[in-house]
Structure formats: structure tokens, C-alpha cells
Design a protein around this ligand. Structure first.
Ligand SMILES: Cc1ncc(COP(=O)(O)O)c(C=O)c1O
Length: 374
């Protein structure tokens, strides 16, 4: 495995001059992703473009999450995907949405729109974990959705999606998942876990550019909902093919998830995203997860040895690529580390470290040494 890692690092030019441990924020692009984006721009520059040569990634994203291509819509980012879902679900008077106190704002804000008039219920974490029984207690027959991030953005706690889906469905509610902190690091299977909606951008663990995101809508649900915004991309492509079909007075929404698209996407971003997801699928998400859990376990052991407090749960079923621990002068330390070429984030009175599969044990040890010295 180690020889493979050293080999794969050649595809990551950042490794030549930095110890990048911040994949929970904004990740450096792998060389093959840059190459395909460069070629796309060159082809476009000369208008020598063969569109069949490029994919916008719906197929690879579908493969990544265990869905079908027709269940995938292109969106600009996770926040857009989450807003689409919050705006299509029916929220009758007295209804509620269950979320947690570990969420990134984008998971919660769309439901706070006063027009929705929905009550938000925040399940409180217990020592950094959200307990399934606490979610169960919060959900009732007035619950419209359980809306959570698969992996929490500060401490890396990972939900059991299947357990949450069961609770939601027992009460006629939907499971809405923000997967930006898990996809690319942790295997996801929407079919197995019975997820209704899932969305993510590609610029973190998926190692793609910003501006490209995907929204999965379970196929049985696609035609149940009218999109909140409608444009040319929301309708069946045949509408444009013959004059008879060209009926702008009649809306023929696509019967695939593309009905939630509006207009032209950022093609260049999706071309890069498709290449990035393909690269990860070639390595294998199970292999990636194994490697990430080895690196994060090593990191957690070393952090404990320094006498620092972890906020990340230690159970490997609840862990992910993110490790967070409390430390004084976190912002100052993160800045100092950056000057030494070690990239991490200061978050919630501590440091958040997020290695990907191509990082090494040496890099983790280097971080700890530098931390001891700061
Ligand atoms: C859990 C979570 N959701 C959403 C976002 C933001 O996503 P986007 O920029 O794709 O809207 C972040 C970014 O840090 C995040 O950690």
C-alpha cells in the first residue's frame, strides 16, 4: 500500500512543497484534474471541442453514491442543493424539521426562511456524538425531514444514515443529507441506506474545483416535486429538437432529476469534477477510507500523547477524515504552521486536521512535531 501511496502522490503536485491536511476546507487539485480542465479550455479556445470527449460527471457521481444517472442533478454547490430540497418539501402549519447542534449553517439556514414557518428541532450532541435514540425522540408525525450532514464539519462525527432513514420513514419524513464532508473519503450507498436527498460540492474530499456540485433525488420522488426555479434545463431535451415539441406555453418538466437544474452550468468545473471523481473511484473508496482511518487514528493517538483534548469521537464507526482537538492560541498556531508549509484549520477553540488517502504517516508526525514547537 505504501508504495502505491508514494506512486499516487506524483499526481498531487502539492505534496512536493506542502503538508496539506485541510481537505475539510478547500483542497488542492490533482494533476490529472488540472490537465483535463486545461485541455477543455484549449479546445474551447479554438472551438475544437468534441463534447462526447467530456463528461459533466453525472455517471461517476451516481456510481460514487450507488444511484442511477437519472437521479442526479447538477447544482452549483451544497448550499444550492439543500435550498432546493427545503423549498420543494411541503411544510404544513405545525410541522418541524429535525437537525442537530453539530451542523454547518447551510444545513440549517434554508429551513429558517420565515415563509416556510417550520419549527427547527436541534438534537444536542453527547460528547461530540449524536445519539440515534435522541433523534428518535425528536422526530414525530409532524416531522417533514431529518436534515443533517453525514459528517459534522468541526469534529468529524459520522452519522449512521440507515438508522436515521428508518426513523424518518417511520414517520413519513424524508432524510436530507449534506455529504460534502464524507463523499470521497467515506463510502456512501444511498440505496442501501435508503437516503431520499443527498447533495455535495466537489471542492473538498472529492478533490475537484469549486462551482460543481450534485444533488441526488431518489427516483420515486423526482416527479413528486415541482422545482423551485425553472429554466430551459428543467425540461425534456426533446422540447428543443422539433418545432412540434417547441411549446413554450406548456411546461414539460423532465422526468429525471435534471428538472431541478435551471440553466447552463459551469461546464469547466464539472469537467474537472468528473475527472476527480473518476480518480477516486480508480483508487477505490473502500481503500481510501481504510487509509484515512489509519492516518486519523495515528493522529488521535499522538494528540492524546500531547495531553490535548479530542472533540472527535473515537469509535471508528463514528469517525471520518476529520480530527479536531482543543488547543490554546489555535488561530495563531494555524497561521504559524501555514508559514512552515503545513495547512490545517483553526475551528471552535482548536485545530481541525483533515488528511486524505495520499497523505503519509510522516506528514502526520511532522505536524505533531511542529505543534510541540509552536
Ligand atoms: C457540512 C458543510 N456543508 C456545507 C458546506 C458549504 O458547502 P457549499 O460551499 O458547497 O455550499 C461546508 C463547507 O465547509 C460544510 O462543511
Amino acid at each position: 500500500m505504501m508504495r502505491d501511496i508514494l506512486d499516487v502522490r506524483k499526481k498531487f503536485p502539492v505534496t512536493q512543497h506542502k503538508t496539506f491536511l485541510n481537505h475539510s476546507a478547500y483542497s488542492p487539485l490533482p494533476q490529472p484534474v488540472v490537465d483535463v480542465m486545461k485541455k477543455y479550455n484549449e479546445d474551447l479556445c479554438h472551438f475544437d471541442i468534441d463534447e462526447s470527449e467530456y463528461s459533466l460527471g453525472q455517471e461517476v457521481f451516481a456510481r460514487l453514491v450507488g444511484a442511477e444517472k437519472d437521479e442526479i442533478a447538477l447544482v452549483q454547490n451544497t448550499s444550492t442543493g439543500l435550498n432546493i430540497v427545503a423549498n420543494i418539501l411541503d411544510c404544513p402549519k405545525g410541522s418541524n424539521v429535525v437537525t442537530t447542534d453539530l451542523e454547518y449553517p447551510s444545513v440549517v439556514y434554508p429551513w429558517l426562511k420565515t415563509k416556510l414557518g417550520v419549527e427547527l428541532r436541534y438534537v444536542k450532541n453527547a460528547n461530540g456524538s449524536i445519539l440515534v435514540e435522541d433523534v428518535e425522540q425528536a422526530v414525530d408525525d409532524q416531522t417533514v425531514a431529518i436534515a443533517i450532514s453525514h459528517v459534522a464539519y468541526v469534529n468529524g462525527f459520522r452519522h449512521d444514515l440507515k438508522a436515521l432513514a428508518e426513523i424518518a420513514h417511520e414517520h413519513g419524513a424524508y432524510l436530507v443529507v449534506d455529504a460534502i464532508q464524507s463523499l470521497g473519503a467515506i463510502p456512501v450507498d444511498v440505496r442501501k441506506d435508503d437516503v431520499d436527498f443527498l447533495t455535495a460540492s466537489c471542492y473538498k474530499w472529492l478533490l475537484g474545483p469549486a462551482g460543481a456540485g450534485y444533488l441526488y433525488v431518489r427516483k420515486e420522488l423526482v416527479e413528486r416535486f415541482e422545482p423551485p426555479f425553472i429554466g430551459w434545463a428543467s425540461v425534456e431535451p426533446e422540447v428543443f429538437e422539433t418545432i412540434e415539441f417547441w411549446d413554450i406555453w406548456r411546461l414539460q418538466l423532465s422526468n429525471t432529476a435534471s428538472r431541478f437544474e435551471i440553466g447552463s452550468p459551469s461546464f469547466i468545473s464539472f469537467v474537472g469534477a468528473a475527472a476527480a471523481i473518476q480518480l477516486l473511484l480508480d483508487v477505490g473508496i473502500d481503500n481510501i477510507q481504510k487509509r484515512i482511518l489509519i492516518l486519523t487514528k495515528l493522529l488521535m493517538d499522538l494528540v492524546k500523547r500531547l495531553g490535548l483534548s479530542l472533540t472527535t469521537p473515537e469509535d471508528s464507526e463514528q469517525r471520518s477524515g476529520i480530527v479536531h482537538f482543543l488547543i490554546d492560541r489555535a488561530l495563531e498556531r494555524a497561521k504559524k504552521l501555514r508559514k512552515q508549509g503545513i495547512i490545517v484549520s483553526a475551528r471552535s477553540n482548536g485545530l481541525r486536521i483533515a488528511p486524505h488517502f495520499y497523505n503519509t504517516e510522516d506528514e502526520i508526525e511532522r505536524l505533531i512535531q511542529e505543534l510541540e514547537a509552536t
